[in-house]
Design a protein around this ligand. Sequence first.
Ligand SMILES: *[C@@H]1O[C@H](CO)[C@@H](O)[C@H](O)[C@H]1NC(C)=O
Ligand SMILES: *[C@@H]1O[C@H](CO)[C@@H](O)[C@H](O)[C@H]1NC(C)=O
Ligand SMILES: [Mg+2]
Length: 268
Amino acid sequence: MQLAMLFHTQTMAFKIFVLLLTAARAIAFPYSSDIHLLKPHSGSAGHKHSGLNCLSWRLGVETNNLRDWTQVPASCKDYVGHYMLGKQYRLDCNLVADSAYEYAKGLNLTGDGKDVWVFDIDETTLSNLPYYARHSVAFGAIPYNATAFNAWVMEAEAPAVPGSLKLYKRLVKMGFKIVFLTGSGVAYTDVRTKNLRAVGYTTWEKLILKGAGDASRGVVYKSNKRKELVVDAGYRIRGNMGDQWSDLLGTYTGDRTFKLPDPMYYIG
Ligand SMILES: *[C@@H]1O[C@H](CO)[C@@H](O)[C@H](O)[C@H]1NC(C)=O
Ligand SMILES: *[C@@H]1O[C@H](CO)[C@@H](O)[C@H](O)[C@H]1NC(C)=O
Ligand SMILES: [Mg+2]
């Protein structure tokens, strides 16, 4: 008991001492603690050997500071795998969906059936994680293989992206018309339809796939299709959600865009 009290008193005295020291230092040089926080923390990232911090890499990807990358850096394969299969990816997706819902709730729909919400498909409404988690695909750390990926798409077994299905159902209930706009080719119309329906996306205004002869880049293709929606068909794009910046940049992007995480691949 006495020992405990003595220890307590000593701890208090030490705390006061530290406080005074910090205050004195702050008066002498008010920015020193900020500078300290910006010093590199040696060894804390656990990627000393590769020289690449994978969390920083992912942030660079999500902010579109890193562009036109063709595959996940080999040293970040495990990091991306843990992120995608663990809780964080789902939490990140849920936050995007929840913020989209909060935004949508604040809109006044006209009731003329022209208020649309544009959803991308891959890694936005449907998840290809079962494919990317395969050993041979390594979460995007090997070069993209169109043959293998297309065979997976043909299976029509992709699950819904966490959060997006819930948002979709809420938007439908609120009266939004849904447009799915995907870089998938028209040859995949039936399998994509089947896959969407199977996981709960049961209704939509339009399902737009890329024409067989259309060789335009993602951002150009999607801008052109959105222009057709707005200019030719008179829709209002109230919200636009995708996992790639090329879903959300360009023209006729919509009143608000929502970016889902995707550290597995980049489409320009
Ligand atoms: C929607 O309409 C209501 C009632 O007319 C109004 O109070 C509200 O400000 C409107 N919201 C927006 C975002 O226009
Ligand atoms: C791509 O995938 C196909 C089908 O799985 C396979 O036969 C082929 O060897 C792969 N190509 C490369 C370069 O790995
Ligand atoms: Mg996508």
